[in-house]
Design a protein around this ligand. Structure first.
Ligand SMILES: Cc1ncc(COP(=O)(O)O)c(C=O)c1O
Length: 385
């Protein structure tokens, strides 16, 4: 499948050559333990600190509040468990949305078993939470609000800065935002007192490496260590720090942000082109994404078909797309995001997500559109049944 056109960049991305070169070079030359006090350790630590500062600069954070992790799942788990369990003296009430990534929702289920009270914010037809509902549900004893910036299945953008103002005005809650799908695609940063308090980033979604991530804080907060041992990463996450991963992530982050505008323009054009074609199929297709959402994700459903049939038909023509998310693609039940959208029954099973990345070209999109037309023609009998 090496020549395939890969349009599943929300599941993961191909690392950029520059990022891999950085990773290899750091492994070759700076392999010493950054905690060692000899010269080679000091050099490795300097590199690690520089990577931390680069990420901090992008986020408008202080480098002492940037923690390197193994990815988005770890960052989300660490933020949620860490904040919840360290703030029970204020309360046990937590708010999140019904369309979060499983690394958030499963953590919430765990906390529920521990006696925390979790409430879920609903979404509208565009996949966006209601600020009125947030205002109505937030309480003096709310200790954590966790809302994703961009939804991984349909690309809806949540109003995180407006949400942040409400949260900080009405409570002492920590505001955690999963920016795994928005970092490098939208402006993501700590915005004074009113924005997020805590952000989760994943390296492999931004043409970096799998097994790398960041958890960043606006300011130091009450928090327990979650991996104990040698006291690395400010005592919160022990274990020898993976310097090559950290430096590669900083590089991927810098590159993503540098060409963000240019890429977004291109992705938006592709999204609009494909949407126009999808609209020409009338009722046979329902488009879940909208042009106010993230530009790199386009999700749609074909009536009365399963996502698997469409994926296989496209794969035969050399196009790699996904069902609503990589996590739900192997499960037969409808994804929680599709359920939350209250789609009509005949659109629930045939959801397809295409997601663009740095390696895609205009030619790829042209080919995708041709294959889409062919597949829709081939499956017409099934759709009209
Ligand atoms: C919104 C969102 N959050 C978290 C994650 C988990 O990130 P990772 O794969 O780095 O653990 C993903 C991955 O799909 C995601 O899309």
């Amino acid at each position: 499948m090496n020549k395939a056109i890969y349009l599943d960049n929300s599941a993961t991305t191909k690392p950029l050559q520059e990022v891999m070169q950085t990773f290899m070079a750091v492994n070759e030359q700076y392999y010493a333990n950054p905690a060692s006090i000899h010269a080679m350790g000091v050099e490795a630590n300097d590199l690690l600190m520089r990577a931390r500062e680069q990420v901090a600069d992008i986020l408008q954070a202080e480098s002492k509040n940037v923690l390197f992790t193994s990815g988005g799942t770890e960052s989300n788990n660490a933020a949620i468990f860490g904040v919840a369990r360290s703030n029970t003296h204020i309360g046990k009430h937590i708010l999140t949305s019904e369309i979060e990534h499983p690394s958030v929702l499963e953590a919430m289920k765990q906390l529920e078993k521990e006696g925390f009270e979790i409430e879920y914010l609903h979404i509208d037809k565009r996949g966006v939470i209601s600020l009125e509902e947030l205002r109505a549900k937030i309480r003096k004893d709310t200790i954590l609000v966790s809302i994703m910036h961009v939804n991984n299945e349909m690309g809806a953008i949540q109003p995180i800065f407006d949400a942040g103002s409400i949260i900080h005005e009405m409570s002492r809650a920590v505001f955690h935002v999963d920016v795994v799908q928005s970092f490098g695609k939208l402006a993501v940063f700590f915005k004074g007192e009113n924005g997020p308090d805590c952000l989760s980033i994943s390296g492999h979604k931004i043409h970096g490496l799998k097994g790398s991530g960041v958890l960043a804080f606006r300011k130091p907060m009450r928090w327990q260590p979650y991996v104990v041992g040698g006291g690395q990463e400010f005592g919160l996450r022990s274990g020898t720090v993976a310097v090559p991963q950290a430096v590669a992530l900083a590089k991927a982050a810098r590159l993503a942000v540098e060409i963000m505008e240019e890429r977004t323009k291109k992705y938006r054009q592709w999204q609009a082109d494909i949407c126009a074609q999808l609209q020409s199929y009338g009722e046979a297709v329902h488009i879940l994404s909208n042009l106010q959402g993230a530009a790199h994700i386009l999700s749609f459903s074909v009536r009365d078909l399963t996502g698997e049939i469409i994926i296989n038909a496209m794969q035969k023509q050399g196009i790699i797309v996904s069902t609503s998310s990589a996590c739900s693609s192997k499960q037969t039940k409808t994804s929680h995001v599709v359920e939350a959208l209250h789609l009509e029954e005949h659109y629930k099973k045939g959801v397809i997500r295409i997601s663009f990345g740095a390696h895609n070209t205009n030619e790829d999109i042209k080919k995708f559109k041709q294959v889409l037309a062919k597949v829709m023609m081939e499956l017409k009998g099934e759709i009209d049944k």
